[in-house]
Structures are given as C-alpha cells and as structure tokens.
Design a protein around this ligand. Structure first.
Ligand SMILES: *[C@@H]1O[C@H](CO)[C@@H](O)[C@H](O)[C@H]1NC(C)=O
Ligand SMILES: *[C@@H]1O[C@H](CO)[C@@H](O)[C@H](O)[C@H]1NC(C)=O
Ligand SMILES: *[C@@H]1O[C@H](CO)[C@@H](O)[C@H](O)[C@H]1NC(C)=O
Ligand SMILES: *[C@@H]1O[C@H](CO)[C@@H](O)[C@H](O)[C@H]1NC(C)=O
Ligand SMILES: *[C@@H]1O[C@H](CO)[C@@H](O)[C@H](O)[C@H]1NC(C)=O
Ligand SMILES: *[C@@H]1O[C@H](CO)[C@@H](O)[C@H](O)[C@H]1NC(C)=O
Ligand SMILES: *[C@@H]1O[C@H](CO)[C@@H](O)[C@H](O)[C@H]1NC(C)=O
Length: 555
C-alpha cells in the first residue's frame, strides 16, 4: 500500500525461450516457470493450504506434496488489503492534502484475495540443483495492512548478484498482513483461540518451505538471509525473537531496513479495534469468547473487508499507532518484544539494521490538522504514550523535541518544509518512537550481550524530496540494485557486508564499546561523496527517553 515503486510484472516483457520454459521438480509435481535475460522466475507458488473458509483465522497449514504440472508464471494475489487508505481527510493542511491526493491517484490497490499464501523464486538461469547459492528471503512492508510481493523485482537483485559474481537466489513471500484482522488480530478472544500473529506464522511456514525445496532451484537451505523493509523488517526482527531465539536452522543472518522490534504490549491492547471489527462484521453478539471466530469464519470476504476498513490505517489520523500490530500472544511472542530483547531471547546470528533519516514524514501528513502544542500533547497522550497519567511523560518528551522547524524532520532542512508549526516536530517524534529509538535499543542491547556481529546504516539519500526528505521506503531503490544491494548480497555470501565488490567504503561493525563511545553507521548521502561513516549518537538523550516511555506505555 505504500509506494508501489516497481513493476516486477515488466519482467516478462521480452521472454527468450530458446530451450523452452524452465521447470523444477517438487515432490511428484513439476513447476513451470519463465526465463528472461538470464534469470528464471517461478511465481505464485502456493506454500500453504489457502487460509479460507474454516481455515480463516487459523494457523497456516503446510501445502500438501505437489502433484501434476503447476503453472508458476504469474504472481499470486495479494492478501486482502485495507482500502480505506486512499481517503484523504478534508481538514488537514492543504499542501499535505494535495500531496496525499496525488499518491491516492497514483493507482488502485492491487487485486487481492484471501487465498494468497504464495512464494516467488528468482534464480540465475544457469543455477542447478547442485549450485547451493545463498538465499535472500524478502518480506515486504506495508504497515501490516497491505502490500504484496509482486511489487518487488527479485530479478533486479539476482541480476546485480550475477554482475557482482556473487549470485544469489531471491525468494519473496506473501503473508496475511492486512489489518484485515486476518493477519494480526488482537484481543482476548484471539489469545483464547491461540491465533495471534498469524502473519508471522505464515512467514515462518514459508521459511520451512525454503528448507524443503530451495535446493531444487539452486539455493542452499543452510545459507538463508531473511530481509525486509518496514513491517517486513519488523517481521524479520520478530523472527529473531520468537522461539527463545532458536532459528531451527531456518536462517543464518538478517537484514532490516526501517524496522526493529516494535514497542508493543499484549494482544489485549488491540481489543477496542477487534470489538469494532467484529461488530461491523455482524459478529458483535459473539464477542467475549473464541466463539466469535465461528461467526467470523462464516461471513463473506466483502464483509471482512468492510469491517477492516472501519478500523484505522497508517493513513488515518492515528497514523503509526496501528490498530493491528504484532503483539505478545503467549505463543509466537511470549512477552513484549522489548522484554524479549532484555531477556536475551534473540537469535545469535549476524545482522544489519538501518533507518532512513526521515522515517515518519509520510505518516505526519494525515495528522497535519494538529497545529498547536496543546493539540500535540493530547494527540501523543491519546495514541502513543497511552495508559493513564502520561501527561508528564509527554511534557518531558516534548521538551526534548522542540517546536523549532530547524530541529524537526526532514532533518537538516532549516526552516523549509514547515507546512504547519508542528509538522516537522511530529515527524521527528513519530520517526524516533516507532523506528529509530527501537533500532538503537535493539542494537545497543544486543551489543551489550556481545554474542554476535552487527552493522548499522542511515540513509540520508533523496533529502531534497519536497515535504518528506529522506522518506520511508526511499532506501528500497538502493537495496534493489543499488549500492546498499551490493553490501546486502556480499553479506548473504560472507556474513559480512564490508568489502562488497563495487563498493569503496569499508563498513565497520556496530561496536557499543567503541573507544570514542560512538558505534559507527554507514551513512548514505546524495552527491559525489555518496557513502561516509557516521556515529549512532544523534538525539541520544531524546531516544533514551522514548525507549523508557515506550517500555512503560507499550502500544
Ligand atoms: C500459464 O500462465 C500464463 C500466464 O498467466 C498463461 O499465458 C499460460 O497460458 C498458462 N499456461 C498453462 C499451461 O496454463
Ligand atoms: C552461470 O553464469 C555465470 C555468469 O555468466 C558464470 O559466472 C557461472 O560460472 C555460471 N554457473 C554455472 C553453474 O554454469
Ligand atoms: C537434480 O536435477 C537433475 C536434472 O534435472 C535430476 O536428474 C536430479 O534428480 C536432481 N536431483 C535432485 C536431488 O533433485
Ligand atoms: C557499480 O557501481 C557503479 C557506481 O556506483 C554503479 O553505477 C553500478 O551500477 C554498480 N554495479 C553493480 C553491479 O552494482
Ligand atoms: C460493503 O460496503 C459497501 C460500501 O459501503 C456496501 O455497498 C456493501 O453492501 C458492503 N458489503 C457487505 C457484504 O457488507
Ligand atoms: C484532526 O482530524 C481528525 C479527523 O480526521 C479528528 O479526529 C481530530 O480530532 C482532529 N484533530 C485536531 C487537533 O483538530
Ligand atoms: C564520531 O564521534 C567521534 C567522537 O565523538 C568523533 O571524533 C568523530 O568525528 C565522529 N564522526 C563523525 C562522522 O561525526
């Protein structure tokens, strides 16, 4: 639902099929793919039983052994998307409204279906079942509300990997994301039924699929790097925290772009949204016990869609205080993510984590009717620092994030982009609450434990983008075929991003014990000096305060 930057569909514009389409044998079946420019693609391969009918709101079940011939030449449907995201509030700042309207007009949301659990595999055309190439497993972002693997051109990643002589196999997964309650339902009924965090279970099942089948495509199941952006990166981080940090051999490394363990609380923090959802779906009478799902499993898809659309999205006033989030469910997440980190329930694998400089500018437009300090205090108390007597915490935070536009986000743009007296301040705050402070907390905590290697980056590219600066998702174009992609591919091969072919700057590890007290970050800039080293010490006191507050008042 965020920026559909790419059209991977263009992949098949010029097929060259001298030797007929590529095929792969799985169990007793044969997958027929397509080949173009030296890359094979197998698309829309189901990895689970369709989560429809009685399987709606259930843990995903593995696909039965394949039989017969499967046409794997087109992407599968996106999972159900939230459609309310295209509404532009009428009462916000006119420039913000104009900007949002342009994006809403950019195109309709993708065709979607509840039957959506598929994977896609892109591999070098000459890879064989003996190649054992490292695997990049991509989890797309979209606020746990929308998005689809079809928007991401795996062929670009594989092409770059071949050009760099470090070939990889690329896998992308569709998971139940949608607010649609279908992927991340909240509330006590969900706990009772044992069906929290279904979207994360979907991803885990797809990782098991990779273990079983990826060798046939030329991949090495022992060399899987899980990689994602935004809610996809949050997902990657939570795959590291689940199961007491035991990876079960499903992956050996992780790469996160703009997403870290979110400061969320128990499932019940989503109760009021679930109540609203179930009521609009006509199942309000059954709320209070897991019997509500007997009702919800019977309603038509369109009713689920309508009920979902009655809850807020990232494009609502609530913005990043999402209705449906991964939350502690006693099963996938046995405690709040921040607590799991403190308990050391973390996969001991090498990882890379990074942010863009202006994480929340995109999410601070729909709330641009907040123009005074008092309104901002109310807003933060209502949606971000929730749960009782929070006003003094909010005051402390606001004193650390002054209203001066020169201190706000887009950072380093002086008085520019200040479309309201609070816009840049809100953008700075939300970006740090949801993205930057959780990343630093994750990296600092893991660094203190000292059991694994890690790296960090910060992208200040595209800084000149009007209104939104180095906006959320702007680093995707850098990792799909750009210089960050070169580091990523090298990391998938060697478990170290530094020294990647075609890069000039060595990328030092993130060292919390650095002599100068400053862990290094690779910093990506516009202009001729595109990559430099920076320090992960900016807004130190501010982020420490935010971490404290989010532990006390989880989302
Ligand atoms: C496979 O799918 C492609 C694209 O959707 C279609 O053109 C082709 O006819 C299909 N082949 C078979 C055997 O179904
Ligand atoms: C596949 O092609 C690449 C690039 O042309 C080449 O370097 C590699 O050796 C080939 N691999 C196999 C298994 O033939
Ligand atoms: C690998 O591929 C070859 C050629 O298609 C096939 O004969 C062989 O059975 C495959 N091996 C495995 C382990 O799948
Ligand atoms: C190598 O780097 C140059 C300069 O940054 C870039 O234009 C080119 O696309 C890169 N090639 C690959 C394969 O990454
Ligand atoms: C869903 O909402 C639309 C628009 O409000 C309405 O026309 C339609 O009847 C609703 N469908 C169901 C199944 O509730
Ligand atoms: C801003 O608009 C939303 C509706 O889009 C409304 O709920 C909220 O109260 C408004 N906030 C302020 C401060 O006016
Ligand atoms: C990082 O911090 C150290 C110690 O404060 C300082 O010497 C160095 O110049 C900083 N580097 C950058 C790029 O800001």
């Amino acid at each position: 639902m965020l920026l559909g930057l790419y059209s991977a569909l263009l992949f098949f514009a010029s097929p060259s099929r001298a030797a007929g389409p590529p095929s792969v044998r799985l169990d007793k079946g044969v997958l027929i793919g397509a080949s173009s420019d030296g890359i094979n693609a197998f698309l829309g391969v189901p990895f689970a039983r369709p989560p429809v009918g009685d399987l709606r709101f259930r843990l995903p079940q593995a696909h039965p052994p394949y039989r017969g011939t499967l046409n794997a030449t087109a992407f599968g449907s996106a999972c159900l998307q939230q459609t309310s995201t295209i509404d532009v509030p009428s009462n916000i700042n006119p420039l913000a409204a104009q900007f949002l309207q342009q994006r809403a007009n950019a195109g309709p949301p993708p065709a979607d279906s509840e039957d959506c659990l598929t994977v896609n595999v892109f591999s070098p055309a000459n890879a064989t079942n003996h190649s054992k190439l490292p695997v990049l497993f991509w989890i797309f972002g979209g606020g746990f509300e929308g998005g689809t693997s079809a928007d991401y051109p795996g062929n670009v990643v594989v092409e770059q990997s071949i050009a760099l002589s470090e070939p990889v196999v690329f896998v992308s997964v569709n998971y139940r994301c949608v607010t649609t309650s279908l992927g991340f339902p909240g509330g006590k009924e969900v706990r009772e039924a044992g069906i929290g965090n279904l979207g994360l279970h979907d991803q885990r099942l797809a990782l098991r699929w990779v273990q079983k089948y990826i060798a046939a495509f030329g991949g090495d199941p022992t060399k899987v790097t899980i990689w994602g952006q935004s809610s996809g990166a949050i997902s990657v981080s939570l795959q590291m925290l689940t199961n007491s940090g035991k990876t079960e051999g499903l992956f050996r490394a992780a790469f996160m772009q703009s997403g870290s363990p979110v400061p969320t609380g128990p499932l019940e923090n989503g109760q009021n949204y679930f109540d609203r959802f179930a009521t609009v779906a006509g199942c309000g009478h059954a709320l209070g016990s897991k019997a509500v799902f007997d009702c919800l499993r019977k309603v038509p898809t369109e009713t689920i869609r309508n009920a979902t659309d009655a809850t807020p999205s990232t494009s609502s006033y609530e913005s990043l205080s999402l209705a449906w989030l991964p939350r502690e469910d006693g099963v996938f997440l046995e405690a709040n993510p921040q607590t799991l980190i403190q308990q050391g329930s973390v996969a001991r694998i090498p990882f890379v984590s990074g942010d863009v400089d202006d994480e929340a500018t995109l999410f601070s437009l729909t709330n641009s009717n907040i123009t005074t300090e008092e309104e901002l205090v109310n807003y933060l108390s209502q949606y971000y620092v929730k749960g009782g007597k929070t006003t003094s915490t909010v005051q402390t935070i606001l004193s650390l994030y002054p209203a001066d536009p020169a201190d706000g986000s887009p950072f380093d743009t002086g008085a520019e982009n200040a479309i309201t007296p609070q816009y840049k301040r809100i953008a700075a705050l939300l970006g740090d609450i949801v993205f930057q402070a959780p990343r630093r907390f994750f990296q600092a905590s893991i660094g203190q434990a000292g059991e694994q290697k890690q790296w960090a980056y910060l992208s200040k590219r595209f800084k000149g983008t009007q209104l939104i600066g180095s906006y959320h998702q702007s680093d995707v174009s850098i990792s799909f075929g750009g210089d960050l992609g070169a580091y990523l591919i090298h990391f998938a091969h060697t478990l170290n991003p530094s020294g990647a072919p075609n890069t000039t700057v060595a990328w030092p590890q993130y060292d919390v014990h650095a002599k100068n007290g400053a862990p290094a970050m690779l910093t990506l800039l516009d202009g001729p000096t595109a990559v430099v080293l920076g320090n992960d010490t900016y807004r130190k006191q501010q982020m420490e305060e935010l971490v404290k507050a989010s532990m006390q008042f989880p989302l």
